[in-house]
Design a protein around this ligand. Sequence first.
Ligand code: ADP
Length: 465
Amino acid sequence: MRTVRARLTLWYTAVFGGLLLLLGGTAFVLLDRGLRTNLDDSLASVARAVAASSREAGGPDLADTLESMLGPAVAERFFQLLDPFGRPDPRLSLRGRWTFPLSSTALRNGEEGRETFESIRIPGPSGGDVRLLTLPVIEGGRLVHFVQVAGSLDRVDQARSRFLLVMLSLAPLALAGAALGGWFLAGRALSPVDAMVAAARRISAEDLSLRIATEDRDDELARLAEVLNDMLARLERSFTTARQFSADAAHELRTPLTILKGELEVALHTAALDGQGREMLESCLEEVDRLAALVEDLLFLARADADVVPFQREPVDLAGLAREVEPALHVLAERAGVDLSIHAAGPIVVKGSEPLLLRVLFNLAENGIKYAGGGQQVEIAVRGEGERALLEVRDSGPGIPSEERERIFDRFYRADPARERSGTGIGLPLVRSIVRLHGGEICVASEPGRGSCFQVRLPLADRLT
Ligand code: ADP
């Protein structure tokens, strides 16, 4: 019952079932009352006819008249004439086998000249539930006798049972039909929601310009789509502003940093400095260099966002590049106490910018060495994989928890900042940006405690048109 569709279907079926029960119950009660009223009416008209005949024909004549009218079976079973005290009147005997004492209510009502309807049970094997009408016959203002007419309730019972049977056998079918119809309708009503979910999934931080289609409707879902689209527009604006801000800030910082760097260099060469002063200036120069590099990276990211990175595509042998940087990486690895191995045979040529691809290779290798730590292994491999070049950097370090695997590509995100590692959190976003600029993709697989594996796939140069 997790989906809205299932819940709607359940509700629909429950409401339908409740209505069915209500309708069925009302119909049953009405049917029962109607049948009883019919029976009472017919009993009343027969009783009046008997009463009228009893005034005209007396005693045995009446019995004969009734018997010839209704047949002996009915006349014997369902008619009785009683004297004003409720005793079977011998003068008016119907030779009936059926005798039943007059109830006190009927006697009282009769004395007041009113008829009485009762439901009674005739005992015995041929008995059953009957409806009994007791009608007083009044002549000259005096109660002369009672006419009792009874009618079997079997027919009423049968009709009630038939109705119940039909209802009980049709109700499950109707409920199943309602559930099916409800499922179908809920599916139809919710299908735009599925479409909206699919559309919303396609929208990522990189592609906030996409919008959810409203398909010219003007219903609740269209309004929801509108609200979401407004929210997306606001998000897009704030993303653009933030990006613009970091691009502007980087741009503005560039010139003063260059001037600062130049002046520090001049000061280092020309000023008469003692050892401590020189050390301080050198440390400042180092920090300025770091800052300038960060500013360049930020500027690069801002340009990549705006799709205005100026770079020339030329054939670059990725395997050759790996072999080229091998000595420098070995120095880094040795310093960190990491066992580094590089497998890069044959030319694996892609089209792109050599310095940018070098950056990818270097950043990933540096991260591997940095985060794996002493005593661990880092393996770099470059090889072809179908129509793509694969650069793989695998380490046996601490790995990356699954919830952080996507976030490490966010700007300035650093997993576990408590770890004493130098870094800015800009390396992986930069790598991803460069890879995407080259029409490739990057992914990471990792098992916490057992290491990580970064894979970069780029289109091979000879496959590019
Ligand atoms: P940093 O400058 O912090 O290295 P990156 O963007 O290169 O920034 O990496 C972001 C975060 O991803 C790092 O802070 C680190 O927590 C995690 N990370 C990257 N590479 C690895 C790796 N090989 N092993 C474990 N964690 C890694």
